[in-house]
Write a protein that binds this ligand. Structure first.
Ligand code: 4AD
Ligand code: MG
Length: 429
């Protein structure tokens, strides 16, 4: 008999197999029990007929409660109607009992579920989301490796900020203040001079005092950076990367997308070219939709929702006013009040999933911006050095993993896209 995983059952039709997993649901009708069984790779129905299993197995099944772990043997059969495989049980043995599992069939509030996140992760929707997250991570590595980007690990403990000082998470570094990284970008800029094209992928931290459906305190970012790449090419790389990731999920996570009841027609449309708007055009569209946003304002979360509801594909909003963006972004030579940046907004009201730009590569210009923003020049001398020794035009971007997962899965809140969310009011479990 073969020990198999549920997602391999189709290859074992008519054969006897052994499964190891948990009871996701148990119901009986007379002498037959229907056990919804999961093993991490998927869900299947185990049919236990009192007439055909041994007495010991029957005793186990009669007492089986939600989320008990068990070993099942039986014969694989194709579901009479659906394109699914089920198992006609021969034996069922208990591994670990699960008395009164707290998450049931009834509706639970978000706080209850988050308090029980360690258990909630097992439920089918949460299972599907993490599987899709895994595909997104792998597809990101695949695409970038294929395109010649090598992974460079940026530090997590840093002496300075990358994305403004208001969201810094301070820690004590042996008596000296240090900060948890907001983005590995500045370190990747150093690495391109050694490797040309690089990326990082790891946890970043923002002490955001905002309680929105898009903000986490700890989240995962993939920063990519490339030498000799200017604004337009930077956007092409992002477009190709996101298209590759979405195609990978559509291909590898059909079961998960269907469990989430995700409308995949929009995902199928995610192919280059994406929509492009300048910041000026975006402001115009927002005003037409009733927003009172000013000409040189940043787009807030509500503006992004309002704008992206109009679109069926991701949208680049390019060339924001320099005043609302980071010090390292290169000015647009055609209009020095603006920068050569783009935020990539996901459609369907999701908003920003990527922030990126061409970087200022001129020593004096960069120094000027840093002084304007009152940065401590001594702390950033190493970063200025990069403009002193063989400077090149270069660009990069950062993908917020959880925002991307939330959009691809069609989630209402980003908190479900990370295994253990860290929110303004939540550090546990
Ligand atoms: O736009 P951001 O702040 O850009 C940077 O940090 C650049 N240094 C990246 C780069 O150019 N290498 O952040 C990048 C992305 C955002 O587009 C968003 O998807 C996500 O990170 N993000 C958050 N996700 C969840 N919670 C938060 N508080 C987030 N803040 C940003
Ligand atoms: Mg941003």
């Amino acid at each position: 008999m073969s020990k198999v995983f549920i997602n391999q059952l189709s290859g074992y039709e008519g054969k006897e197999v052994a499964l190891a997993g948990w009871a996701a649901n148990v119901r009986s009708s007379g002498k037959i029990w229907f056990l919804e069984f999961r093993d991490g790779t998927g869900f299947t129905q185990v049919i236990v007929d009192a007439g055909t299993v041994d007495a010991a197995s029957l005793k186990v099944v009669e007492a089986l409660t939600l989320e008990s772990s068990a070993l099942v043997t039986g014969t694989v059969a194709k579901h009479p109607k659906k394109n699914e495989y089920e198992v006609k049980a021969k034996s069922v043995a208990l591994v670990g009992a699960s008395p009164e599992y707290p998450i049931g069939k009834k509706e639970h509030g978000p706080d209850f579920l988050l308090d029980n996140r360690h258990l909630w992760l097992r439920s089918s929707r949460q299972w599907a989301i993490q599987r899709i997250r895994n595909t997104i991570i792998n597809a990101t590595y695949e695409y970038l490796n294929r395109e010649g980007f090598i992974k460079i690990d940026a530090p997590i403990l840093t002496p300075t900020s990358c994305e403004g000082t208001t969201t810094l998470f301070q820690v004590d570094y042996f008596g000296e203040p240090a900060y948890l990284t907001q983005s590995g970008q500045l370190y990747l800029e150093a690495a391109i001079f050694a490797h040309g094209r690089v990326f990082d992928f790891g946890p970043v931290f923002r002490a955001e005092k905002s309680k929105t459906r898009r903000h986490l305190i700890e989240f995962w970012m993939m920063d990519a950076e490339a030498a000799f790449v200017e604004h337009e090419e930077n956007l092409q790389i992002q477009e190709a990367l996101i298209s590759y990731i979405v195609a990978a999920v559509l291909e590898r996570n059909k079961v998960e997308l269907s469990l989430l009841e995700r409308d995949t027609t929009i995902l199928e449309r995610v192919k280059p070219p994406f929509y492009h708007l300048t910041h000026t055009e975006a402001i115009q569209k927002l005003r037409e939709r009733g927003s009172d946003i000013g000409d040189m304002d940043d787009l807030g979360a509500d503006d992004e929702t309002l704008l992206t509801e109009l679109y069926d594909k991701p949208i680049f909003v390019e060339k924001y006013p320099a005043a609302v963006k980071a010090f390292y972004m290169k000015r647009d030579p055609a209009d020095p009040t603006r920068v050569l940046n783009a935020d990539l907004l996901a459609p369907e009201g999701y908003g920003e999933i990527i922030g990126g730009s061409q970087r200022e590569d001129d020593y004096d210009e960069l120094l000027k911006r840093m002084k304007e923003q009152k940065l401590n020049i001594a702390d950033f001398q190493w970063y200025l050095d990069l403009r002193k020794y063989g400077s090149v035009p270069h660009s990069g971007f950062g993908v917020g993993l959880e925002r991307l997962v939330a959009w691809i899965c069609g989630l209402k809140h980003v908190r479900e896209s990370i295994p253990f969310p860290r929110l303004l009011n939540r550090l546990r479990p």
